[in-house]
Design a binder for this molecule. Sequence first.
Ligand code: G3I
Length: 367
Amino acid sequence: MNETISRRGMLEGLAALGGAAFAPKAVLARGADNLGTTAASVGVTFGSAAGNQIYSDFSYEHLFGETRLITSEWQFKMAAVQPNQGVYEFWHADNLLNYTVRSARKLKAHCGFWQAFNPSWMSGLSTSQLQYTFDKHIDTIIPRYAGKVYAWDVANEPFWPADNNPGGFGGGPWYQAFGSGWVKRAFQRVSALDPTAKLYLNEAQCDNNGNGLGPVIRPALLNLVSDIKNAGLRIDGVGLESHLDMGMPYDDVQFGAYCNQLAGKDVKISISELDVRDFSLPDDPATRDKAIAARIQSFLTQALKSPAVDQIVTWGLSDKYSWLKGLWLDQRGATFRQPRPLLFDENMQKKAAYTAVGNALNSRKRA
Ligand code: G3I
């Protein structure tokens, strides 16, 4: 296996490793009263995505004592692992794996293949070169982490109806390479190279009815899961991202029923990227926090009525490091407003959203 590790990657990796090597004990000790414990009491694994901030901001890293599972926010994506063609940089992925092993948490590697945010060197490749890249990438990265990562988000967001492809599949490099079959190809090859990792298909938009995407993607996702199963391939779970938006209409009872439909395909369900976009709300933080908490509690309470929902993963833990920060700036220009999408504020203090998750989990006890 010809893995060239670039000098830049080595330097970056050493820097990240330095931080990771000194993570305080807090993460290694599981609190008695935290969301991970509450979730476990009702058969749910609570987790969060993690960026590299956990190595440098110990007040943030301390919050991960709430979690039993960590999803890589970007460290296992192609742009991080193969930033240049044929040149692999495993530093970020290895460091996060080491961190989760040391802190006795499961690691979900996100993601094998996505048609967005791929490294720039891929843009000019021919179909046959993309096919080679797809297979070679799997053959290189999956064996390296086989038996070490708890799960893979094998394929991320395969659907994008706006591209007008049959079945609502999104266009992009992997669709160019193999048509809609890229998803099954990924599951087949990953399963053969890592028989122990749980294999997930991860999709967005299934939670809402406000942008025309949910009503199209929900049935398409059901069909794809059936396709994968009918091909005799292993798929263990489906991630429903759940990037909620206060400007959208929701039918949480309908979402709970959809979870049951998916469960009927013999897959587990992860609420895999939970956060709440508050761009449509007034500035007052207390007003936003209250509305967001109510949204989360209603959404999770209905989802948790489906026994197949056994993972709740937030897309970060503190507003300080949410991916939505950049989006607000992009969409609103110079006047920056700190979004409040997560369970802890930018000073690492619990918010009403934290309590809402605990209330929803405890609602399963009364069911
Ligand atoms: O890749 C570089 C890395 O080489 C470098 O060393 C590191 C230094 O911090 O930065 C990395 O840069 C950026 C990375 O975030 C860390 O900030 C990438 O350029 C940037 O593209 C990446 O953005 C991520 C994005 O997915 C694209 O991968 C966001 O953090 C992440 O929150 C977002 O998450 C997506 C899910 O994967 C799928 N669902 C939607 C969700 C939100 O868009």
